[in-house]
Each structure stands twice: as structure tokens, then as C-alpha cells.
Design a binder for this molecule. Structure first.
Ligand SMILES: O=C(CO)[C@H](O)COP(=O)(O)O
Length: 248
């Protein structure tokens, strides 16, 4: 199955989220087992997306969670609260959360376990910085991050864990897209070490490079930011990626 999703980061009001979903109804969306589509709205739009997307083959995620079940954690949200909203998956370990909000590998591991305990899927982001790549430590960095994120999680449960390789230098406006060759190399190493986990690529995925990335043998999905924030862009990438895979 090929996974294709987008995180909206801190973008979209509820009307904007509803409009995105409305556009998806005008397309014939692929379904499992061919593909699994997902969107990861900000917390405030999750319920809107869930309600408006009823009947669509679309999973809904959240962008963060606290590992504790409840308690005095002002500003935080538990897995049970996300499950109650109908979330299917929770993104953790994104480089922006690691760099801007101090999310550690230990926190990612605790969150992954809490997410799995409630029957949701963790979407675990990993990726090396430009400095780590330049000194030849890209493989070592992502293998360490994945190992720490999955520590103590048995193989049977790892199948529910999505890994997203997102090199930090490839993310966002200032990012430079990773070449398919660079993605293939890192994905091969990760797939060899963690064969149970579906492995997605993210970081400047676009209409221009999605087909080449989707065609790579160790890429089980694409995790898209800016290029999929408009529904038309998302649908274009879905169509191109799946037809690239069908040509393999
Ligand atoms: O999280 C991401 C995908 O949703 C990632 O940060 C990539 O963002 P993009 O570079 O804007 O595609």
C-alpha cells in the first residue's frame, strides 16, 4: 500500500479546512490496498475535517500529543482526546518540534508507546541536519533516531508505526529537495533495519519530483507539506505518484 499525506502545520482555519475536503469529493480518490491518503490538520480543524470527510477514504491525524494519559500539563493534549475526535494517526518527532520545542528522542518514544496503547498509529519523523549530512553522519543519525523512537516496541506493534524520513535540509521554504538517489540510499538503510514499518519520504515533495520519488523501491509513501496545502495540489501529487508506481 502506498501512503500519501499532508500536514498543514499551523495553517488553515476551519472554513479553509472544510473547503479542502470539499474539493476531495470531486475526485475519485484511491483506496486501500492501492493507497492510503491522510491529512494532518491543526488541532482546531480536526473535528471539521473528520465530519466533512465522512465517507472519503481518508485518515485524519494530529500534529502532536502528550505521552501522559492526563494531568497538570497546561496546553497539552492526550491521546485519548485525539482518539475521541476520531484521529487515526499522530505525527511525532517532526524536526520543527525537535528544534523549536525541544522534543527529544525519549519523548518521541514515550509518545509512540502512548499512541499505540490507544490503538492509533504514530507517524514518526526522523531526519539528519545539513551539518550531520556534510560530515557523513546521515545514515547513523536516522538509524539512531528510529531505533530510539521504536525502543521497547515489539515487532508486531511496529507494523502500525509509520516512519517518515524528512532530511531537515530539505524541509520548507529554504529547503533544497533531496535527489531520488539520496532518498533511495537512506531508505534502503532504514528499510533493512526496520522492515516492519511503512517508510515515507517528506521534504520539498512537489508536483515536479513526486513521480520519481514514488517510483523508488523502498519508498512506501510521501509526506507532503506546502505542495499539498491546496487540495488541487494534493490530488495532482496523488495521481502522478500512483501512476508512476503503476508503471514500475
Ligand atoms: O512535515 C512535512 C510534510 O508534511 C515536512 O516538513 C515537509 O514540508 P515541505 O518541505 O513543505 O513539503
Amino acid at each position: 500500500m502506498f501512503w500519501i499525506g499532508t500536514s498543514w502545520k499551523m495553517n488553515k482555519t476551519r472554513p479553509e479546512a472544510a473547503a479542502f475536503v470539499e474539493t476531495l469529493f470531486s475526485a475519485a480518490l484511491p483506496q486501500p490496498p492501492e493507497a492510503q491518503l491522510f491529512v494532518v490538520p491543526p488541532f482546531t480543524a480536526i473535528e471539521t475535517v473528520k465530519e466533512r470527510a465522512a465517507g472519503l477514504p481518508l485518515l485524519i491525524g494530529a500534529q502532536n500529543v502528550h505521552a501522559a494519559a492526563s494531568g497538570a500539563y497546561t496546553g497539552e493534549i492526550s491521546v485519548a482526546m485525539l482518539a475521541e475526535l476520531g484521529c487515526d494517526l499522530v505525527e511525532i518527532g517532526h524536526s520543527e518540534r525537535r528544534a523549536l520545542f525541544g522534543e527529544t528522542d525519549a519523548a518521541v518514544n514515550a509518545k509512540a508507546k502512548a499512541i499505540l496503547d490507544k490503538g492509533l498509529r504514530p507517524l514518526i519523523c526522523i531526519g539528519e541536519t545539513a551539518e550531520e549530512r556534510d560530515r557523513g553522519a546521515a545514515h547513523q543519525t536516522v538509524l539512531r533516531q528510529a531505533e530510539l523512537a521504536l525502543a521497547g516496541i515489539p515487532n508486531a506493534q511496529r507494523q502500525a508505526c509509520l516512519l517518515a524520513y524528512e532530511p531537515v535540509w530539505a524541509i520548507g521554504e529554504g529547503g533544497r529537495p533531496a535527489t531520488p538517489a539520496a532518498v533511495a540510499e537512506v531508505h534502503h538503510g532504514l528499510k533493512t533495519a526496520f522492515p516492519e514499518c511503512p517508510l515515507l519520504y517528506g521534504g520539498s515533495v512537489s508536483a515536479e519530483n513526486c513521480a520519481a520519488l514514488a517510483a523508488l523501491p523502498d519508498v512506501d509513501g510521501l509526506f507532503i507539506g506546502r505542495a499539498a496545502w491546496q487540495a488541487e495540489g494534493f490530488l495532482d501529487i496523488v495521481t502522478q505518484s500512483l501512476s508512476a508506481r503503476s508503471r514500475q
